[in-house]
Design a protein around this ligand. Structure first.
Ligand SMILES: Cc1ncc(COP(=O)(O)O)c(C=O)c1O
Length: 423
């Protein structure tokens, strides 16, 4: 039954029943941290080959490059080809970077601020602003916050950001220099940008000639069921006459080892000329030994896809377990809406207004740590205190069921209290 249609007595019943369940769960002494989306140990075991597929005497790439020494600043050709294929780019316009794509993103935004990205340095032009589809990825927002960039919230829809709003804002302010996008299996909803959204982003009028799309394709191959496609932002921007607009990122953090993978950036030939000139000022060469491990493990995109299917086999039951608990506990109550992603690392829950922080606090009190409420918004401030990000990848299915039961019980208690207070 919907909570907002319950009488006071019925709500009091809910409170009594759920409080007893909460107390019992708390007494179990749960201890679980679900605050970040990290691969489980079972997933890490899929890449054991990494520990023995490169040897001191056998550390040469396909063209004979000695990976133990300096050089090859843009990455091994075989790995650039692999990334080019999954990122929808030309291999010449791909650079393989260090262990973190977030690091590349921070660097690229810093370059925009300090040196410009095809125009004057942004910080010389005035107060820099970015469009931030919300809820979104907390660390994108932290990059902007750290560099003093003002963030403008734009609501997400299942097809991507609200494009009417994006077009209106981008056309009206030449200090809006960028937008953050996680276009496939978005963090935290798991949404995929529609072809129309990609086309509109590529072709929209922007007041800033040096407006850039930060296309963080972190989950490009992280499908649970297969068969999901995403239009190529690089091709669409080129077709719309805006070839330099997109800068595309990816990494293998959630393919092999989180923090032990490699990252990549791809863009137009024009942007790449600029970025390459800066990369050669930053480094004498990347970690090619790690690149070689990747190149040997993933000789083709088919190898990579087969590996990702093994990840999916581990992850599907976890996503399913969360959705089943939600349906059983919250279905028909009207106190929450949740996404049911086909890939990526997260599930997004929207509670009634003003219920998210207290729900997360109650779970913590009973031993389960979720991503802090508000984290999915710039400055950590969710204006209506509704959104909670669930990261189901790391716990076991049994732990996950228990944690989600606690989550639902806590949410029911907070929601019933809130409805009674507002009646
Ligand atoms: C959307 C998104 N981008 C980037 C990252 C981090 O990637 P990396 O480990 O390559 O820095 C994450 C990790 O959670 C993410 O969710």
């Amino acid at each position: 039954m919907r909570f907002d249609q319950m009488s006071k007595a019925e709500l009091a019943d809910v409170l009594g029943r759920e409080q007893a369940r909460y107390d019992a769960l708390k007494a179990e002494g749960l201890k679980l941290n679900m605050s970040r989306g990290i691969p489980s140990v079972e997933q890490l075991a899929l890449s054991k080959e990494f520990f023995h597929n490169v040897d001191f005497d056998d550390a040469f790439s396909e063209d004979g490059t000695d990976c133990r020494n300096y050089g090859v600043p843009f990455g091994l050709p075989e790995l650039r080809r692999l990334f080019a294929e999954i990122m929808g780019a030309d291999a010449d316009n791909v650079i393989v970077g260090g262990n973190s794509s977030l690091n590349l993103m921070f660097d690229m935004v810093s370059q925009g601020m300090l040196l410009g990205l095809g125009g004057e340095p942004w910080m010389k032009q005035g107060r820099v602003k970015f469009l931030c589809p919300v809820p979104g990825y907390d660390r994108h927002f932290k990059v902007c916050e750290t560099l003093g960039i003002e963030m403008i919230n734009v609501p997400m829809t299942p097809a991507g950001p609200d494009m009417d709003e994006i077009e209106r804002l981008a056309a009206g302010d030449d200090m809006i220099k960028g937008i953050w996008c996680v276009p496939k299996y978005s963090n935290p909803q798991g949404y995929i940008y529609s072809d129309e959204t990609v086309k509109r982003l590529a072709s929209m009028k922007t007041a800033a000639a040096d407006f850039r799309i930060f296309w963080d394709n972190a989950y490009v191959v992280h499908s649970l069921y297969g068969g999901d496609s995403l239009a190529s932002i690089i091709d669409e921007c080129a077709a719309a006459g805006n070839p330099d607009r997109p800068i595309v990122f990816a990494s293998t953090s959630k393919i092999v080892y989180a923090g032990g993978g490699v990252s990549a950036v791809a863009s137009s030939a024009g942007n790449m000329k600029l970025i390459k000139s800066r990369v050669t000022a930053q480094t004498i060469g990347p970690d090619k030994i790690n690149e070689l491990r990747h190149a040997r493990m993933f000789k083709t995109v088919s190898d990579l896809k087969a590996h990702m299917e093994r990840h999916a086999e581990i992850l599907r039951p976890k996503f399913k377990a969360v959705i089943e608990v939600f349906e059983k506990e919250l279905g028909g109550t009207g106190i929450a809406e949740w996404t049911n992603p086909r890939g990526g690392y997260f599930i997004s829950v929207d509670t009634l207004g003003g219920c998210a922080s207290e729900t997360v606090a109650m779970c913590k009190e009973a031993g389960v740590v979720f991503t802090p409420a508000g984290a999915t918004y710039p400055y950590g401030k969710d204006p209506s205190d509704r959104n909670i990000r669930i990261a189901p990848t790391s716990p076991s299915v049994d732990d996950l069921k228990k944690a989600m039961e606690l989550f639902c019980v806590s949410l029911k208690l907070v929601s019933a209290k809130r409805i009674m207070e507002n009646a």
